[in-house]
Design a protein around this ligand. Structure first.
Ligand SMILES: C[S@@+](CC[C@H](N)C(=O)[O-])C[C@H]1O[C@@H](n2cnc3c(N)ncnc32)[C@H](O)[C@@H]1O
Length: 165
């Protein structure tokens, strides 16, 4: 998918932040989730394709959705992730305040049970925080104040627009 297609596929994105998509994709490519490729034999515009590692995260991959079938593992995993988030919460909120300046809302993709978003929502009450995660993760979580939970598979959303599925 080319960056221009990705921009078009994300209509909810604030236009002033659209320039950051390119940086995000470069980070994801650098991390091995996407590979940069000339998609249309067009020297002007590179695009991004999924790598094999990324395929492991797809909903249909049998190696990716085990926690959705085992409630105990689901709880253990979510609590482990939340503990990990607590380690960085205070640093992010105390030392990186500027990141949140000028924002009215943020979306925490793969935000688990919302530990990090809750801390951000408490520290910046004007900010609407939306947590997207898988249905079994957000199933019993309650919206509170400016914090909302949605079940949404972001990666599958991207892949759908990538025509992979
Ligand atoms: C490393 S954990 C992040 C935990 C979170 N930051 C927290 O504070 O608890 C990654 C999260 O991504 C979620 N996830 C995995 N695949 C996903 C997908 N296709 N769509 C949305 N979320 C996904 C997992 O359920 C998990 O909660």
């Amino acid at each position: 998918m080319a960056i221009t297609d990705l921009d078009a596929a994300l209509p909810m994105l604030n236009p002033t932040k659209a320039c950051n998509i390119y940086r995000l994709m470069r980070i994801l490519a650098h991390s091995g989730f996407f590979a940069q490729q000339n998609l249309y034999n067009d020297a002007q515009e590179d695009g991004y394709v999924l790598t094999n590692a990324f395929h492991l995260l797809l909903k249909d991959n049998p190696l990716s959705d085990y926690a959705g079938h085992d409630q105990k593992l689901n709880s253990l995993f979510n609590e482990g992730m939340a503990s990990d988030s607590r380690l960085v919460n205070s640093i992010l909120i105390d030392k990186c305040k500027k990141v949140f300046e000028g924002l009215n809302s943020l979306v925490d993709v793969g935000g688990g049970t919302g530990t990090l978003s809750k801390a951000i929502a408490d520290a910046f009450p004007h900010l609407e925080c939306i947590v997207l995660d898988l249905p079994h993760v957000v199933a019993n979580l309650q919206d509170s104040g400016n914090l909302k939970f949605f079940a949404k598979s972001f990666i599958n959303y991207l892949c759908f627009h990538n025509n992979v599925q």
